[in-house]
Design a protein around this ligand. Structure first.
Ligand SMILES: Cc1cc2nc3c(=O)[nH]c(=O)nc-3n(C[C@H](O)[C@H](O)[C@H](O)COP(=O)(O)OP(=O)(O)OC[C@H]3O[C@@H](n4cnc5c(N)ncnc54)[C@H](O)[C@@H]3O)c2cc1C
Length: 381
């Protein structure tokens, strides 16, 4: 990946924004169990960060994917997992299908305000009995004239309590399995929609996670994204964007965690010398940094393939799997070498330890990534 002076300037802009507009509030947002998306997103939108690759006629920047890589790495350095995850739901999980397949009318009504940050979005796929196995989902949209009538529930939906619209995946025909699903834009101010529960979590406290319910919710059939019946296939493509941004953010976060840990160990004296003077610790950190470097360059290879227009399923799957596993080891090592203070809530390590655990579960668990790889490699019997 060739980063130009313009990329470096962009990196600095994002880093400065994070330092001044996000970091000072993170502790409070974590305590409150949510960040104010309707306050933060318009600021991100004004900087162009919510529509980097999107068409300028809807307010996007029309930039190439390399800028998403930079933004992902920098947002990943935020001192919590919740805020970067919520931002990437808006940019890389709930809107790519709409940008790719939506009608002009739908994009003007829902994509443009998501890019400017005036509307908050969620991706609503998972259900209580359909997480890893998306094809098992039961939320149903039945056609009544020009409207869909939607019934069902969705679980663990990020931004769910604050969202203005959802990119919903629902069954729109009686065909089972991977067939007969559609992606539908569902505004949340419609009758029959409710946030039935706000969920308490191990980590990512500043991001709200909700259970949503739909009781005879009516939306126009014109709110369908792309082709009726192609929802599953479109969502599988959208998952690639989700997995790539998650991998970029993971690298940024782990890089910062290793920097902060090395810094601490330079000053913490045990047995009359800095902890970092122990070769064992130097080697452990050096090895993790080396693995992180490999992950970073693997991400770059993935991003380049994406920019060439290639199918990145294999790259994105490996990137998410590898970074998810790596950051768990980074977080464990950081907390270990901090000792007791590392276990305290007052130290960043405890939040990082909790938050980093999610990547191996959300957006497809490690085992789901392995299932995809086994299939791609012809290992399934
Ligand atoms: C904080 C958070 C935020 C989330 N945000 C969203 C969101 O915004 N939108 C959304 O739609 N969803 C969201 N999710 C849901 C997330 O994508 C699912 O939790 C995830 O895909 C796993 O599904 P599940 O929880 O149903 O686990 P299950 O499907 O019950 O699987 C449980 C475990 O079984 C293992 N497993 C699964 N399949 C196999 C297999 N074939 N072989 C071996 N082992 C296997 C895995 O380890 C997996 O973790 C979120 C989840 C969390 C925790």
């Amino acid at each position: 990946m060739n980063f130009s002076a313009e990329h470096q300037l962009f990196r600095k802009t994002v880093r400065d924004f994070v330092e001044h507009e996000i970091e000072p509030h993170v502790d409070q947002w974590e305590r409150e169990g949510a960040f104010p998306a309707h306050e933060l997103f318009p600021k991100l939108g004004a900087l162009g960060l919510l529509g980097l690759e999107y068409d300028p006629s809807y307010g996007g920047q029309g930039a190439d994917h390399s800028y998403t890589v930079v933004a992902g790495e920098e947002l990943g350095r935020i001192g919590c997992g919740g805020v970067p995850m919520a931002i990437s739901v808006q940019t890389n999980m709930a809107t790519p299908s709409l940008h790719r397949f939506g009608t002009d009318e739908l994009k003007r009504r829902y994509l443009a305000p998501a890019i400017s940050g005036h509307m908050v979005t969620s991706i609503a796929v998972t259900e209580a009995d359909a997480g890893s196995d998306v094809a098992a989902l039961r939320t149903r949209a039945v056609r009544d004239g020009d409207e869909w009538v939607i019934n069902g529930t969705k679980l663990y939906i990020t931004n769910g309590a604050q969202a203005d619209w959802l990119c919903l995946l629902a069954r729109t025909s009686g065909d089972g399995g991977y067939q007969g699903m559609s992606q539908i834009v569902v505004p949340t101010d419609v009758e029959g929609f409710a946030v039935s529960r706000k969920l308490e979590k191990l980590g990512n406290w500043s991001s709200d996670t909700a259970e949503l319910s739909f009781e005879d919710v009516r939306v126009p059939v014109a709110n369908t994204i792309g082709e009726i019946g192609q929802g599953f296939q479109q969502q599988m493509a959208q998952f690639q964007n989700e997995r790539m941004i998650a991998a970029y953010q993971a690298v940024g976060g782990a890089e910062r965690a290793l920097e902060r840990t090395a810094d601490y160990l330079k000053h913490r004296e045990v047995f009359d010398r800095p902890l970092l003077a122990n070769q064992h610790i130097q080697f452990t950190l050096a090895e993790l940094a080396a693995e992180l470097d490999m992950a970073r360059h693997y991400n770059y290879a993935c991003a380049e393939a994406y920019m060439r227009g290639e199918d990145t399923t294999r790259y994105a799957t490996i990137a998410k799997l590898a970074t998810g596993r790596l950051i768990r080891r980074v977080a464990d090592t950081c907390i270990q070498y901090h000792g007791g203070i590392g276990y305290m809530e007052e130290t960043w390590t405890s939040r990082y330890f909790r938050d980093s655990r999610l990547l191996s579960i959300g957006g497809g668990a490690d085992e789901v990534m392995l299932r995809i790889l086994a299939r791609l490699d012809g290992l399934e019997t």
